[in-house]
Design a protein. Structure first.
Length: 220
């Protein structure tokens, strides 16, 4: 079966979140390297990344703190400089190859607006967990992806940096999945035996056009 559509996760797939997590450390009044060390420890233990915040401020509510940051004039934000350098070229090449493209991840309404400012001309659809009322790895999220993408689940390639949130639930939904090795999860989870289940394991989005072309050539 050919791959007809590619759907991208956001954080550490398209967007380098280094600066954003640094601003969270600043907001908490914690040294950045200390915050990053705890963040990595939480991921390595297979815990929800939000537990990182609880270490430094018990009872921390991420949604409430996002609102407080916005009210203080320090809202969550990412822009062109936060995109990985392979993003624009890869999207252009995939689109030139006739693939249908989408962005879908666990993001807020505000982040969805930022994504539309950055990518409306580059992809066919942008959806977020806040838009859909379902967050990864909930199967409902991937059911929603399947509903909005004009292809069969087996013709969809979902690309993300996490085994738990991206690759495994996408495979369970009948899709193909690419695991990209970058960001905290990508590096920490790379040796998990489950990583071998990914359709593709890549270090750059620039690898996708050739890999997909090979699959599609074999499907014809």
């Amino acid at each position: 079966m050919a791959i007809k559509a590619v759907v991208f996760d956001v954080g550490e797939c398209l967007v380098d979140e280094t600066r954003e997590y640094g601003t969270w450390a600043d907001w908490l009044g914690v040294p950045r390297h200390t915050f990053v060390a705890q963040f990595g420890a939480v991921i390595a233990q297979g815990m929800d990344y939000r537990e990182t915040f609880q270490v430094f401020r018990p009872g921390f509510d991420l949604y409430e703190e996002r609102e407080r940051r916005a009210e203080a004039g320090k809202p969550e934000w990412f822009g062109e400089d936060d995109l990985y350098p392979d993003v624009r070229p890869a999207l252009a090449q995939l689109r030139a190859g006739g693939l249908w493209l989408a962005i879908a991840g666990n993001q807020t309404v505000r982040a969805g607006g930022l994504l539309r400012e950055l990518f409306t001309a580059d992809v066919d659809l942008i959806g977020t967990s806040d838009d859909w009322g379902a967050s990864k790895p909930d199967p409902t999220f991937f059911e929603r992806v399947a509903e909005v993408v004009p292809a069969e689940p087996g013709e969809i390639l979902y690309v993300g940096d996490r085994l738990d949130n991206d690759v495994l639930p996408a495979l369970a939904a009948g899709m193909r999945a690419a695991l990209i090795r970058r960001g905290p999860w990508g590096w920490i989870q790379q040796y998990d035996p489950a990583a071998g289940r990914a359709t593709f394991r890549i270090d750059s989005l620039s690898e996708l056009p050739e890999l997909i072309a090979k699959v599609n050539a074999g499907a014809n």
